[in-house]
Design a binder for this molecule. Structure first.
Ligand code: AMP
Ligand code: MG
Length: 497
């Protein structure tokens, strides 16, 4: 028999942090996919639960025993402007479990009906964004980027009304914590010092217990969150990922990528690329992401100022250097990742040009030529120590600038020659960080079209399967590697609410 051993801790925070909420039943839930690998990690005892049974649970039609469903309250800065009360408008936390290796997992239904935080929303989600989040979040995990995960996707059998009538879906997503910067802001902006303290203590004891012994655990919390986000955004940048809606309510305290709305992986590289239809000013453009992360972290620091020191001025002075460290941490994380991508296995002290300059030269050239981000690095990782005909696959990405790219390769090979590492070993190390497959927008769109228009989930499943091993070239899967063909390019993405 299927059972979940819930160990619910969020409810212990008590009133003021959430509203108990039951999912609203749906007409005809059908299980599209269940993530058995994740269920095992989470130590969910699946027994021999049939798909129909799973559909009942992960649509919210039945609430599993031990769950204490609730919606979390939070606030947040959206596109720079403060909204005092957001909260889970279409999400319900079923409860928490402890995984096989002691990790925390929170299980949340998304699209499970109205809550007290729904404002004018219907609490529902169309099927398309459910499939999208399932594919992209699981791909992020396999690429090695901290992220929320997808446990289940269910079709509800009900229509969802947007600009058009769409089939409905529910995603069950899992995070180590769903606390956001916006959760802190909600309490801080009510000058609820006790609330901020309670939340910080909760986050520390549950997610960062090692910080409780530090001299000032709240300042250490800020340091940790700053560090996590510096590393997270560096990773996004290294895969050409654009989150698209980095509002403070979409910024997880534990540093996981959360809220897959209008996010997208770039095909052709453009440093200031924006996909989201609602991001008119390009606030969340690709190259703005590190700066925005810091801006969001400053909002978090403002909340912690209430509890870091009883003297406000002293608290402000304490947080300032922590925030100032972000840039250095980010650059370090970025450079470490980029060096691995470029195959700069050892730091060459006196290399001229430096590895960092060479990396930046490559990106500038890629921007100029709209080179496919993923293919360029993939082809780079296959090049030999000596120029040969394989170079063509890399150079092809640079259109009329091929002579400049060829010069770049000469400089790159000069650095390679100082490493004293066998070509094969260098190539295989580079191939561990330069994926063959990413969830390309046109592939996601095609899978969604098939699912929405024909109730055919085969393209969704097949794409998901390919993305499970993104660094390994798979037989017969060439088309998953290719950028969009004429007319296939996705120009804009939507929030999907
Ligand atoms: P998002 O842009 O997805 O981060 O959502 C911003 C806020 O709007 C969050 O508080 C969501 O819970 C809420 N929201 C988004 N879509 C809906 C919906 N369909 N019904 C109710 N609330 C929603
Ligand atoms: Mg959100």
């Amino acid at each position: 028999m299927f059972s979940i051993s819930f160990e619910n801790q969020y409810v212990t925070l008590g009133e003021g942090f959430f509203a108990r909420t039951r999912p609203t039943p749906v007409s005809d839930p059908v299980l599209i996919r269940f993530n058995h690998d994740l269920a095992e990690q989470m130590n969910l005892d699946m027994g021999d639960a049939a798909p129909d049974q799973l559909a009942q649970w992960f649509s919210g039609n039945q609430v599993p025993e031990g769950a204490e469903p609730l919606s979390m309250v939070y606030a947040g800065h959206q596109f720079g402007f403060y909204t005092p009360r957001l909260g889970d408008g279409r999400a319900i936390l079923l409860g928490e479990v402890i995984g096989k290796e002691g990790q925390n997992y929170e299980i949340q239904l998304k699209g499970s009906g109205r809550t007290v935080y729904s404002r004018n929303g219907d609490g529902r989600s169309p099927l398309g964004p459910v499939l999208r989040e399932y594919l992209v979040s699981e791909a992020m995990y396999r690429l090695g980027v901290p992220t929320t995960r997808a446990l289940a996707a269910v079709a509800t059998g009900d229509a969802v009304y947007r600009e058009e009538v769409l089939p409905g879906g529910i995603l069950t997503r899992v995070a180590s914590s769903f606390v956001r910067v916006g959760t802190f802001e909600y309490h801080a902006r009510h000058s609820d010092q006790e609330g901020v303290k309670k939340l910080a203590d909760y986050v520390i004891s549950r997610s960062f217990p090692e910080l409780s012994d530090s001299g000032n655990p709240y300042l250490s919390l800020l340091e940790t969150v700053v560090e996590r986000h510096a590393c997270l955004v560096a990773k996004w940048m290294q895969f050409g990922f654009i989150h698209g809606v980095m509002n403070t309510d979409n910024m997880s305290i534990v540093g996981e990528t959360i809220d897959y709305g209008p996010c997208a992986f770039m095909d052709g590289f453009a440093i200031n690329k924006v996909f989201s239809s609602i991001d008119q000013q390009g606030r969340y453009a690709y190259d703005n992401q590190p700066g925005i992360a810091l801006w969001n972290l400053a909002r978090f620091a403002e909340c912690l100022v209430l509890i870091i020191d009883s003297e406000v001025d002293a608290a402000v002075e304490a947080v300032r250097p922590v925030l100032e460290k972000f840039q250095t941490l980010y650059e370090k994380a970025w450079m470490t990742g980029m060096r691995a991508k470029c195959g700069f296995i050892r730091e060459a002290q006196n290399a001229n040009p430096s590895q960092s300059l060479l990396t930046k030269e490559l990106l500038a050239l890629m921007h100029e030529c709209s080179s496919d981000f993923t293919i360029t690095f993939y082809e780079l990782s296959r090049l030999s120590d000596q120029a040969d005909k394989q170079d063509h696959a890399f150079l092809r990405q640079f259109a009329s600038r091929q002579p400049v790219a060829r010069d770049w390769l000469v400089k790159w090979r000069t650095i390679m020659s100082t490493h004293g590492i066998k070509q094969k070993q260098r190539q295989s190390q580079m191939q561990c960080v330069n994926p063959v497959y990413i969830p390309r927008n046109h592939l996601i769109e095609a899978a969604i079209r098939r699912a929405e228009d024909h109730r055919d989930f085969s393209a969704f499943h097949e794409l998901h399967e390919v993305l499970k091993t993104p660094y390994a070239k798979q037989k017969g899967k060439q088309r998953y590697q290719c950028p969009p063909g004429p007319g296939q390019e996705v120009i804009q993405t939507f929030c999907g609410t």
